[in-house]
Design a protein around this ligand. Structure first.
Ligand SMILES: [Zn+2]
Length: 257
């Protein structure tokens, strides 16, 4: 692919970086990322990935925008209330960068549709709000050797983890949380923003770190969080990076997987 003049202008501050350059920017433009959940995390993730030139972006969300979302879901305007989130998000993102190819999925991600939705994307970013979806995405990415960047927020606390399933040593979500919490009712929200509350800026911090992880994984630069979990306390402003071990009894160790 050849850059157009306006593309060189748009991405000039990245192209000038030695670790990115023209080749890196082309890699970004040729990459594809699926964002699951256009919420507090999906907002900064989708805005940054769009702005910096990830060529193909998918957004999955079946919910509609509500007034109580707007304190942290910055991809939406007040006029988006009652509109489907995946459509409203893509509508806004198109205005940020018309270079990007977008796909919106007004769907809840389930076992029956995950392959159809996710198969054409190289990286999956999880900004969902329940364990059932998180476990489903983990299993799908492991089986199909996709890169998974996941984030969670609640109150003033957040977590980020990256699993690069191209790497044999990569642990998976189940190495960290072996069983779905709360029994079979994985629908229970993790961050439960509705009941517990959440600070708007925390979504910005965690989502931006997730977007940063995606870029490093696509470009193969720096050290990603693969094999670690990053735990952030926004009140004390502490960042703890804790090693995650691949559990010998986890199903990700089975040879056929
Ligand atoms: Zn595992």
């Amino acid at each position: 692919m050849k850059f157009k003049k306006r593309q060189i202008d748009r991405y000039s501050r990245q192209i000038i970086l030695k670790k990115i350059g023209v080749l890196g920017q082309k890699k970004l433009l040729q990459s594809s990322v699926l964002i699951v959940g256009a919420g507090g995390l999906g907002s900064p993730i989708s805005i940054y990935l769009t702005a910096l030139g990830v060529g193909k972006i998918g957004v999955v969300d079946s919910d509609n925008v509500e007034m109580s979302n707007l304190s942290r879901q910055i991809v939406f305007n007040t006029s988006d209330i009652k509109k489907n989130k995946s459509f409203a998000a893509v509508n806004r993102l198109k205005k940020i960068n018309p270079d990007i190819q977008f796909q919106s999925f007004k769907k809840k991600l389930i076992a029956e549709n995950i392959n159809k939705i996710a198969r054409n994307f190289k990286v999956i970013v999880d900004g969902s709000d329940n364990f059932k979806t998180r476990f489903l995405i983990n299993d799908y990415c492991l089986k199909n050797r996709k890169i998974l960047v996941s984030g969670a927020i609640s109150k003033f606390d957040g977590q980020v983890y990256t699993f690069n399933f191209h790497k044999k040593k990569s642990p998976c979500l189940k190495c960290f949380i072996p069983k779905m919490p709360n029994g079979d009712d994985g629908d229970l929200e993790i961050d439960n923003c509705e009941n517990e509350g959440v600070l708007g800026t925390l979504a910005g911090i965690i989502g931006s770190i997730q977007a940063n992880e995606v870029i490093k994984e696509i470009l193969g630069i720096g050290d990603t969080l693969c094999g670690y979990i990053l735990i952030i306390d926004a009140l004390k402003l502490t960042f703890r990076k804790v090693k995650l071990y691949k559990r010998s009894d986890c199903y990700c160790n089975e040879k056929k997987k």
